[in-house]
Design a protein. Structure first.
Length: 258
């Protein structure tokens, strides 16, 4: 297990939000924490701690008046830690190269690949041609419905018909270098992980996977480490002291290294 830090940006601010509350209409989200510091501050912390592979997420849609402000914050972070951070939020075959030029190591893609509720093979191929699969992280963030985890898109607001299971992971692993998976129903609540999802990811053998969602204590972190068989990487947002939570950043790194 590795710690993959995050910098979530919404309405031009570094934030932590309740994931399931995000709405494009009115650029609304229920905030857990709004930072007075900019993206480069957090990028510098992660750089100095030697943490690679963290992600910067732009939470407004490209159509939002706030999206250019989000991009500005993201570019501050990428400039502070070149090749140390990944970026997601509105990524497509046309703009992905720009963000790599700004210093991102990878682009994180969801909605461009999962169109109209299904995998769009043409768009997936276009992304591979644009930046190469070695620079692609597929975001398979999911919500539970009818007893199964379904991949959700458009800032977690729309269900696809793609079930997240080992078959899906196998099918997509050849088109990217990593997976990022938010358990959306517990994201930002710091009230416990999605244990069934964590166990599914831990039982799969393939490319690197990062889990996010629900971690609110060191007990939760150790539980994810066990269920994920120490091979599923982790992101912690609202519970981290950097974002107003109670889990100390330095101690998180110690526990993960145990």
């Amino acid at each position: 297990m590795r710690f993959r830090p995050c910098i979530d940006i919404h309405n031009g601010k570094v934030k932590q939000i309740v994931g399931g509350s995000l709405l494009d209409r009115g650029d609304y989200a229920e905030d857990n924490f709004v930072s007075e510091k900019s993206g480069d501050y957090y990028a510098g912390l992660y750089r100095d701690a030697g943490l690679k592979g963290g992600h910067v997420i732009l939470l407004n849609p490209p159509s939002s008046k706030y999206y250019p402000m989000d991009v500005h914050q993201a570019c501050l972070a990428l400039d502070a830690y070149p090749e140390g951070l990944q970026i997601g939020g509105g990524m497509n075959a046309e703009n992905a190269g720009f963000f790599l030029e700004q210093g991102a190591s990878h682009v994180i893609v969801t909605s461009f690949v999962f169109k109209e509720g299904r995998i769009n093979r043409e768009n997936l191929s276009a992304m591979e041609r644009a930046v190469g699969k070695e620079h692609i992280v597929l975001d398979l963030s999911c919500r539970k419905r009818d007893g199964a985890y379904y991949i959700v898109t458009d800032r977690w607001q729309k269900f696809t018909d793609v079930v997240l299971n080992e078959e899906t992971l196998d099918r997509l692993a050849g088109h990217c270098s990593e997976f990022l998976i938010h358990a959306v129903d517990v994201e930002g609540k710091a009230a416990g992980i999605e244990e069934e999802l964590a166990a599914l990811l831990g039982s799969w053998d393939g490319i690197p996977v990062t889990y996010a969602g629900g971690i609110g204590s060191f007990e939760d972190l150790r539980k994810l480490k066990a269920l994920g068989r120490d091979k599923v990487d982790v992101t912690i947002g609202s519970a981290l002291d950097l974002f107003g939570g109670k889990m100390e950043f330095a101690k998180v790194l110690e526990v993960i290294r145990e």
